[in-house]
Write a protein that binds this ligand. Structure first.
Ligand code: NAD
Length: 360
């Protein structure tokens, strides 16, 4: 069967890691028809919009996409394309497995954590009030009247919104994932001690959903304590479920535990659509240098193969990537932390393809 998949190459290092990933996916035994569409700065130049309607239409049609990272300039006037994509397509769950492959550059052992991040709300709703704007003055007045608290006049405000609907949905997703993947425990992280009406709501929803899954253990942790425990004894954690912002931060922390952003795959999932992409961003300083590690996007490709029910191709590709990591020869600079000789992005793809051929 030929799979129709939308491909968004992205910008910065995106096109290089995408090219390497497409090559290994095509060598995995699965068959694809790629529909190439654009997002971000490149799309703005070509089509006058950072997220053209044609890009959304392609994903809605194919229901599966793989995407390179897209740059979001910091500051006013440009909202994140990634956040917009996830919201517009209601890709409410961000799934980021963080597992140590033997040979990966890390001091830890036996880490195998899956981060489930809520993708649609929290501080990422994009509802913001700029300093010195009339609407910000109105908001300050409302806050003063409703709560008796003063917001300083020279403040900017970003709204943290957490709903019961989205909280229940993401916690259910985490439990369903745990059950389907024979995981034992779900840990919900929050700061409900301070943010009683937002994180408190998330925690209450998690506590309500948990008893529906008596076969899976449930616990909760305050997120600062979770950070400390993840660094001290990460092996105790299995599936983590978090609101959007903590999920973003903890994903990178967990990527660090297993060898860095070059080894951290991910997927954004809705009820009937999926976009697979690495946890890392567009690392603009490495653009065009054939330098960065394509393995996080390749491993996102492995997740996509599993999603497409291409189990054999997924195993073949994952085993080949694992073999290249274990051998430690044809790997990029980030896998050689002491400055030993490394290879470039496209040579990693060559090595992975060679391993797949040798395994036949
Ligand atoms: P980044 O993840 O792009 O890079 C941070 C550092 O991590 C890099 O300088 C590099 O040292 C390392 N790194 C990242 N990817 C690597 C790889 N494949 N191999 C080896 N090392 C790698 O984070 P940033 O610099 O904070 O963000 C750059 C841009 O990317 C920003 O505009 C940000 O908004 C965007 N971003 C996009 C996505 C996405 O498209 N999904 C995700 C995160 C960030």
């Amino acid at each position: 069967m030929v799979h129709n998949v939308t491909l968004i190459p992205g910008d910065g290092i995106g096109p290089e890691v995408s090219e390497a990933t497409i090559r290994v996916l095509e060598a995995s035994g699965a068959r694809f028809h790629w529909e190439i569409v654009y997002a971000g700065a490149e799309a703005l130049e070509k089509f006058g919009a950072v997220l053209p309607e044609a890009t959304l239409a392609s994903i809605r049609k194919n229901r599966v996409a793989i995407k390179g990272p897209v740059t979001t300039p910091i500051g006013a006037g440009f909202r994140s394309v990634n956040v917009a994509l996830r919201k517009k397509l209601d890709l409410y769950a961000c799934l980021r497995p963080c597992k140590i492959y033997p040979g990966a550059p890390t001091v830890f052992k036996n880490v195998d954590i899956v981060v489930v991040r809520e993708n649609t709300e929290d501080l990422y709703t994009g509802i913001e009030f700029e300093k010195n704007k009339p609407e910000t003055a109105r908001l300050r007045q409302l806050v003063a009247e409703a709560t008796g608290s003063e917001v300083r006049e020279d403040s900017g405000v970003s709204l943290k919104v957490i709903s019961e609907t989205a909280s229940r949905r993401i916690v259910k997703f985490a439990f369903e994932y745990a059950r389907a993947n024979k995981r034992k425990r779900v840990t919900a992280a929050h700061k409900a001690n301070i943010m009683k009406f937002s994180d408190g709501l998330f925690l209450a929803a998690a506590r309500e959903v948990a008893p529906e899954y008596p076969d899976i253990e449930f616990e909760d942790r305050i997120v600062d304590n979770l950070c400390m425990q993840l660094v001290k004894r990460p092996q105790q954690f299995d599936v983590l479920v978090l609101p959007n912002l903590y999920g973003d931060l903890i994903s990178d922390l967990c990527a660090g535990l297993v060898g860095g952003l070059g080894l951290a795959p991910g997927a954004n999932l809705g009820d009937d659509m999926a976009i697979f992409e690495a946890t890392h961003g567009s690392a603009p300083k490495y653009k065009g240098l054939n330098k960065v590690n394509p393995m996080s996007m390749m491993l996102s490709g492995v997740m996509m193969l599993r999603h497409l029910d291409e189990k054999e191709a997924a195993d073949r590709l994952e085993n080949a990537i694992a073999a290249v990591i274990a051998e430690g020869k044809d790997v990029t600079y980030d896998m050689k932390p002491n400055g030993a000789e490394s290879v470039g992005t496209s040579q990693v793809a060559d090595a992975v393809i060679k391993k797949m051929r040798e395994a036949k």
